[in-house]
Design a protein around this ligand. Structure first.
Ligand SMILES: NC(=O)c1ccc[n+]([C@@H]2O[C@H](COP(=O)([O-])OP(=O)(O)OC[C@H]3O[C@@H](n4cnc5c(N)ncnc54)[C@H](O)[C@@H]3O)[C@@H](O)[C@H]2O)c1
Length: 285
């Protein structure tokens, strides 16, 4: 029997984050509709979610009946109209303003005016995205971290016009997923990325100056700060294209030349080396 907190979550995208958030929401008991541009991308998300749930069962972290039930609550589609009945639609497509604006305009014509349109953007202006819709007060950021299945934090981002009930619903949803919410005003990079990415960028610039090797910088920040991974391993995990977009937005917001993205990052992205997801980034996988 569904508890009142159970909702239908729409997720748009088929990348690292979309699949992770789908898994988290399914385990929390929600119905999930994942929409990708192609049915192949959508099926790929379903396959990744099923594989991860199988792995949880093998490790004794989930029973087989719960896995089977979770999979019955997952729908994947290439049709945007299949999101019409969702109470929250969370977009998690490429970190690019034009692509997100185009998507939100399309979603605006499909979802109910009581639904919440949320973005998983890492740094882009939630206010700008909201203003492209006909109900900007129903737009907020729900920013999961990577990997969504294990990272405990979610940032909830409000704009000047987001209504309190939207933030309350987003907060309840995040709590239902077993995550810790923090609330933040719409400001480039919110809390975590505003503080984290200048450090990551500086690590690349330190290597470029020849101060220390990539491996020694990774080792130093693990051993010296007790971080779970060094900056280059983390950049590869986030994805170098996503990292570059984040740094460009932060640089644009500050206007400080010292915040310009590091040259090596620009070169790796131009060469198609995007980190773990392509098998090659700063490290090889
Ligand atoms: N990777 C991270 O560590 C991380 C963490 C938190 C939030 N995010 C945010 O989540 C979002 C997705 O990131 P990701 O890491 O899953 O990326 P990804 O590269 O793994 O996936 C991007 C997805 O966007 C789709 N896409 C690309 N261009 C598109 C377009 N024009 N229209 C519609 N869909 C398009 C791709 O098909 C793919 O499904 C971004 O906004 C990113 O900033 C990423």
């Amino acid at each position: 029997m569904a508890s009142p907190a159970v909702l239908v979550l729409g997720i748009v995208g088929s990348g690292i984050m979309a699949a992770g958030i789908a898994e988290v929401a399914l385990i929390a008991g929600h119905d999930v509709v994942v929409r990708s541009r192609s049915i192949r991308g959508a099926n790929d998300v379903a396959a990744r979610v099923a594989k991860n749930l199988d792995r949880r069962v093998e490790r004794g972290k989930l029973d087989a009946a719960t896995r089977d039930d979770a999979l019955t609550r997952l729908t994947v589609t290439a049709q945007i109209s299949d999101l019409a009945h969702c109470s929250i639609v969370l977009e998690s497509i490429v970190e690019d303003m034009d692509s997100k604006v185009a998507l939100l305009r399309e979603l605006d014509t499909v979802v109910s005016n009581r639904a919440i349109l949320a973005t998983n953007t890492s740094t882009l202006s939630v206010s700008k995205l909201a203003m492209t819709t006909s109900h900007p007060n129903r737009v907020c950021g729900i920013h999961f971290f990577n990997p969504a299945t294990t990272m405990p934090l979610v940032e909830i981002i409000r704009t000047d016009v987001t209504t309190p009930d939207v933030i309350d619903t987003a907060t309840s949803f995040v709590a239902s997923c077993g995550k810790d919410a923090v609330h933040v005003r719409d400001d480039a990079g919110f809390i975590v990325n505003a503080l984290l990415f200048p450090y990551l960028n500086n690590a690349i610039k330190m290597m470029e100056r020849g101060t220390a090797s990539m491996d020694d910088i990774d080792t130093a920040m693990k051993g010296g700060c007790n971080f779970p991974m060094g900056p280059f391993v983390l950049l590869d995990l986030v994805g170098l294209d996503t990292s570059l977009s984040i740094l460009r937005t932060l640089h644009e917001a500050s206007g400080n030349p010292a915040d310009a993205p590091a040259e090596t990052l620009l070169r790796l992205v131009a060469d198609g080396h995007l980190g773990r997801k392509t098998g090659q980034g700063f490290h090889t996988y």
